[in-house]
Design a protein around this ligand. Sequence first.
Ligand code: PPS
Ligand code: ADP
Length: 200
Amino acid sequence: MSAHIYPIFDTLLQKEDKEKVLKQKACVIWMVGLSGSGKSTLARALENTLHEKGYLTQLLDGDNLRTGINNNLGFSEEDRIENIRRAAETSKLFANCGIVTICSLISPTEQIRSMAKEIIGEEDYFEVFISCPIEVCEQRDVKGLYAKARKGEIKHFTGIDSPFEEPQNPSLIIETDKDELSVSHQKLVDAVLEKIKYTS
Ligand SMILES: Nc1ncnc2c1ncn2[C@@H]1O[C@H](COP(=O)(O)OS(=O)(=O)O)[C@@H](OP(=O)(O)O)[C@H]1O
Ligand SMILES: Nc1ncnc2c1ncn2[C@@H]1O[C@H](COP(=O)(O)OP(=O)(O)O)[C@@H](O)[C@H]1O
């Protein structure tokens, strides 16, 4: 038996090798904002547009993570940190596979967002602040959760009795109380397409 090791057994494939196959530059689009600000709507629309343009994508949001790998977590500060840690680690695996990963989570504090950025790596972390005053989010009350939080039926609700710190240095801000949905969507798509532009 020869002691020679063939490259195929010896090479650990890198992110760039996967990106070359997919002809796309991968990163993690980390969408931050209050409940009802528009994260899920814009994340879904972004994913659909990228898909139509031929990009391979993966969407991770509070709903699919919290019913799956994070189904043992609640909304205490400790659990939110663990929720984001797992989401960031999962996003990193997808991005390292060359996949444009869209993560839509409240991510309420600077500490939590710094952790996500550190796990994913600065170069691959693209933070988008979906900005909307809490009064507007509460008026939208898409899931009826603000009404429940006001009545005390839900505790530790973000923006009511749990903190939300505005991102200090996001890569992009989308103001969903000022722009029509289509305008917000276009701004997001334009910025993301620039970020994921593939140059061999
Ligand atoms: N207490 C409390 N606070 C905030 N949000 C709550 C709470 N309880 C349930 N929900 C629902 O959970 C969704 C937010 O989950 P996230 O994983 O994004 O939150 S976090 O990033 O860990 O803070 C959030 O979804 P979005 O409305 O899409 O943001 C809510 O529907
Ligand atoms: N410019 C906008 N961008 C995103 N959503 C908007 C905008 N204007 C109004 N909306 C509405 O706001 C709501 C946001 O809800 P959702 O996307 O579920 O928020 P979140 O995921 O942050 O909780 C939707 O009903 C959406 O149609």
